[in-house]
Write a protein that binds this ligand. Structure first.
Ligand SMILES: Cc1cc2nc3c(=O)[nH]c(=O)nc-3n(C[C@H](O)[C@H](O)[C@H](O)COP(=O)(O)OP(=O)(O)OC[C@H]3O[C@@H](n4cnc5c(N)ncnc54)[C@H](O)[C@@H]3O)c2cc1C
Ligand code: FES
Length: 244
């Protein structure tokens, strides 16, 4: 875990209410897809957790949705400004279980961490399929980016204004070797019910400290209580106990 002062190289909208931020700085602590960072914003006591969408040495990409005061403030930050970001948080996805033909399922701002995962899986020679769900056409992002990696991509929208009408669970292929899922809680639960076989789920719980000190993100699992920020955000299917 390392608190680094990054420089904002880009901070632009890529879909309705969705921004892509490219940061330049020390990315050495980011070691796995599925990890997240915690962004410090002036005037806010708590940092905001955002998933690692992509990383290269010296360059970090985040994609975030403006949902409240913190992310609104983030969207107003100009290019060239400095930003303190706590890096190297969370466990990340387990790639060893992926098999030959993994399926990646993302909903809304649950899609970004799947990008780095897809990149890693494609580099390992696996045939990657992606199903990504949004509410409506103007919220869709990163379809081309996943296709350019060589993934087979299906997009769903709830109102049918783009891609296949419905939810991600209406567009799941019958066969896959393992699945990875990230998105809002109702989507995670629906995918858990709909998907047979082994899988991993990435949780985006509300957080306090973000690095294991406050227990604010603690959830009950089949292996005892776990802190989503430190022992997650990725949990294996078999250890999940849904609270309601
Ligand atoms: C591990 C992790 C990874 C995340 N990755 C991303 C990401 O890649 N991109 C992205 O856009 N967001 C991501 N989030 C969610 C993001 O942290 C919140 O949207 C953000 O902190 C909200 O801050 P705010 O000040 O704008 O909103 P607030 O003023 O704090 O809240 C505004 C509204 O958003 C809701 N909200 C706040 N936090 C969350 C949350 N974690 N989940 C669902 N609803 C929330 C609140 O209930 C409220 O209705 C992630 C969260 C976690 C824990
Ligand atoms: S947010 Fe503090 S322990 Fe997880």
């Amino acid at each position: 875990m390392k608190d680094c002062n990054f420089k904002i190289a880009q901070n632009e909208p890529i879909a309705r209410g969705i921004y892509k931020m490219i940061l330049e700085g020390d990315t050495s602590e980011i070691t796995a897809s599925g990890q997240f960072v915690n962004v410090r914003l002036d005037g806010f006591y708590l940092r905001r957790p955002i998933s690692v969408c992509d990383v290269e040495p010296g360059k970090l990409t985040l994609i975030y949705k403006t949902v409240g005061r913190g992310t609104e403030a983030m969207s107003a930050l100009p290019e060239g400004a400095g930003l303190f970001v706590l890096t190297g948080l969370g466990n990340g996805y387990d790639l060893a279980s992926a098999g030959d033909a993994p399926l990646l399922i993302g909903g809304g701002v649950g899609v970004p961490p799947l990008y780095l995962l897809a990149k890693e899986l494609v580099a390992q020679g696996r045939r990657v399929r992606v199903v990504m769900g949004f509410n409506t056409a103007d919220e869709v992002f990163y379809e081309k980016e996943f296709s350019d990696l060589g993934c087979e991509v299906t997009v769903t929208t709830v109102d049918g204004s783009y891609g296949k009408r419905g939810f991600v669970t209406d567009a799941l292929p019958e066969e896959y070797s393992h699945y990875y899922c990230c998105g809002p809680l109702p989507m995670l639960k629906a995918v858990y019910r709909a998907c047979a076989g082994s899988g991993q789920f990435s949780f985006e719980e509300r957080m306090g400290c973000g690095f294991g000190a406050c227990m604010g993100c603690s959830v009950k699992t089949a292996n005892g209580y776990k802190r989503i920020c430190r022992d997650g955000p990725v949990l294996k299917k078999e250890e999940i106990i849904w609270q309601d």
